[in-house]
Design a protein around this ligand. Structure first.
Ligand code: AMZ
Length: 470
């Protein structure tokens, strides 16, 4: 690869960054670097190369699952190595505090420039920003350069596994390392909110206190590894057609298309990488109503689809996950049947999302016809503990109104969670997306944004939106 050899005369240009999308060149370079590292016997789950196709599928898969974040190292622009941050299921307090750095490697031709250190630091920075207190990793005992690096970076070697891996017929041991992530980076204030408020009885309060105290006094400082946000175009279905409501009122619907399959194709053709689909009749009825339309969308979209509205039992969840939906969104069930959410998260890790739709801070259910006693943050923390892959947060008063997202509430929610948050409700202009993107530099837990009416009306061009969010 030319990129790895071009630095002989001048210092190489080094970048370590999180990636959320890979174009063909990046994917090819990533596979080449991975193959080279595997051949060299180091740093990755595979001992022999699984082949280009499998590797490509593997990397595409990583980008789809919210439990993993992929970081790459670039030498003169070309990807030469990768590492991952794994966010484990939060079944207990220890897991809620700890993340894992794994599958770290650099192609042999890219070593010795300091890129491994930069990649490790990028992962640490992200883990810290997501609220993790501890970063764990393990490494083969034969990878002496990596072991030296981790020791230099302050990792503690706490254990050894004598039968850690088998390389070329030989059994090799492994070392376990851990590092406490001190909060050396000033965290940002939540725009328009009091960061000290609302801690409630959250058992994580102690662990996060320092972050919030810092927010009182420090000014905003963007994190250097700002990430792309995912654009989720909304396809809301009412009586088989694609509509947009205002503030969730079924009587105030604008019909945009009576061909949901064609609408799905149109958003994909415009460059969208996900679709957000809501069965509105289903949300009111408590079971799927627009099944034909949903099936047409799945059949016409070659990007992942997330689906909500009327999914209230395991049968409904299984039905759509096996029909080709990538993630299901549970709203009313999250309030009324949390055990269903727990069971579903265990059965389908990474594929269950919680939809929190709030009016004046209280969570709405049943097509937003009922308001519960629960606050958004209480429900979000509860759902995080259940293991949901993401939280879609909608401010009902803004939904369909084009007046702008509730960025402050979205940031406040994200600041309390390690689960990714998707913002929804109110986008009317491209500036609204710019505002969210700017805020996400300080709140990397914000993962994406749902846009409906503004896309259909042409107020926001999907290509502009994708550019602003990337
Ligand atoms: O607009 C509405 N009235 C509405 C809407 N968009 N009601 C529910 N929903 C969406 C939620 C979530 O994605 O935003 O339906 C889903 C939740 O449905 P359920 O059936 O699980 O509560």
């Amino acid at each position: 690869m030319s990129g790895g050899q071009s630095g002989a005369q001048r210092p190489p240009h080094l970048v370590a960054e999180r990636v959320t999308a890979l174009d063909d060149d990046d994917l090819q370079a990533l596979c080449e670097a991975t193959d080279a590292a595997i051949l060299d016997g180091g740093g990755f789950g595979w001992i022999t190369s699984p082949g280009r196709r499998t590797l490509e599928q593997y990397f595409h898969g990583i980008l789809l699952v919210p439990e993993r974040a992929l970081f790459v190292g670039r030498l003169d622009g070309v990807i030469v190595g990768a590492t991952q941050l794994l966010r484990p299921p939060r079944n207990n307090e220890a897991q809620a505090m700890s993340a894992t750095l794994m599958h770290s490697y650099l192609a042999p031709y890219a070593r010795g420039h300091g890129l491994a250190r930069m990649m490790t630091e990028a992962v640490e920075e992200c883990a810290r920003a997501l609220g993790y207190q501890v970063l764990n990793l393990d490494v083969r005992e034969t990878q002496t350069a990596a072991i030296r690096l981790y020791e230099t970076l302050g990792y503690t070697h706490w254990g050894t596994h004598p039968h850690y891996a088998r390389v070329g017929g030989e059994v090799v041991g492994g070392y376990f390392f851990t590092k406490r992530l001190q909060d050396t980076r000033p965290s940002a204030a939540v725009p328009g909110s009091d960061p000290a408020r609302g801690a409630g009885s959250d058992p994580r309060r102690g662990a996060r206190q320092s972050t919030r105290q810092a927010a009182d006094t420090k000014t905003e400082k963007p994190v250097p590894h700002a990430r792309s946000l995912t654009l989720y175009p909304a396809i809301d279905l009412k009586d088989g057609a694609c509509v947009r409501l205002r503030r969730g009122e079924m009587d105030d619907a604008t019909v945009y298309s009576d061909d949901p399959g064609a609408q799905a194709r149109a958003w994909v053709a415009a460059g969208c990488r996900w679709l957000h689909v809501v069965d509105l009749n289903g949300a009111f009825a408590g079971h799927s109503v627009n099944a034909d339309a949903i099936e047409a969308i799945i059949a016409n979209a070659d990007v992942p689809v997330q689906l909500g509205g009327g999914l209230r039992d395991m049968a409904g969840i299984e039905r759509w996950l096996s029909a080709g939906v990538t993630r299901v969104i549970l709203g009313s069930a999250a309030v009324k049947d949390p055990e269903l959410v727990r069971t579903a998260c265990r059965a389908f890790p990474g594929r269950i999302v919680c939809g929190i739709d709030a009016r004046d801070g209280r969570v709405a259910t049943e097509g937003w016809a009922e308001i519960s006693e629960l606050s958004s943050i209480e429900l979000a923390l509860r759902m995080q503990d259940m293991g949901v892959a993401a939280i879609v947060f909608t401010e009902i008063a803004r939904d369909g109104m084009l007046t702008g997202l509730d960025v402050a509430q979205t940031c406040a929610l994200s600041a309390r969670l390690s689960t990714p948050v998707v913002a929804s409700g109110g986008v009317g202009r491209i500036e609204h997306l710019r505002e969210l993107k700017a805020a996400s530099a300080n709140f990397p837990g914000i993962e994406g944004v749902i846009v409906g009416r503004a896309l259909y009306d042409g107020r926001v061009d999907p290509r502009d939106a994708l550019r602003v969010l990337s």
